[in-house]
Design a binder for this molecule. Structure first.
Ligand SMILES: [Zn+2]
Length: 155
């Protein structure tokens, strides 16, 4: 594996973390309110206005929108970019530490989001389980792809 390949994979793992963080920010709220976890579009929890894609970019959208909903001007809690940044860092750092052992890396990510969902669901286990299935699906796809690429590059 060349250093270019390594950097690309590191960036992909970090960005995957950022996107999962953004989704976790949404799921975290919806699980505790038993709201649907898959909707056609993301919406503002205050005014329910559908958010365009460029308002949903992890961390950057919060900065670009100056921490307020563009439609109702309600503040967007700072926990959202912090969760996204935390996920991005965690996925990036864990990739750096464990990329030679992709199964351990995948297991670590599964443990991470399972623990977070359980800690945050406040007894809404049914919704949390639905959220877990969605996270598991995304992670299964991403880690399978990552494993195939790592195997191909190690030859
Ligand atoms: Zn709003």
């Amino acid at each position: 594996m060349t250093s270019f390949h390594f950097i690309v994979l590191f960036i992909c793992a970090s960005l995957f973390g950022g996107v999962m963080g953004a989704y976790f920010g949404t799921v975290d709220h919806r699980v505790r309110h038993d709201e649907p976890l898959i909707t056609t579009g993301c919406y503002c929890p205050s005014c329910r206005h559908k958010l365009p894609v460029h308002h949903q970019i992890p961390i950057l959208s919060w900065i670009f929108l100056k921490g307020r909903c563009r439609f109702c001007h309600e503040p967007i809690p700072v926990r959202y970019p912090l969760i996204e940044g935390g996920f991005l860092l965690f996925y990036g750092v864990s990739f750096l530490l464990l990329w030679r052992r992709p199964l351990v890396l995948a297991a670590g990510w599964y443990l991470f989001f399972t623990a977070l969902l359980l800690l945050r669901c406040q007894g809404h286990y049914r919704s949390a389980f639905k959220g877990w299935c969605i996270f598991a699906g995304y992670h299964l796809l991403f880690t399978a792809l990552l494993g195939i690429i790592l195997a191909a590059l190690s030859e």
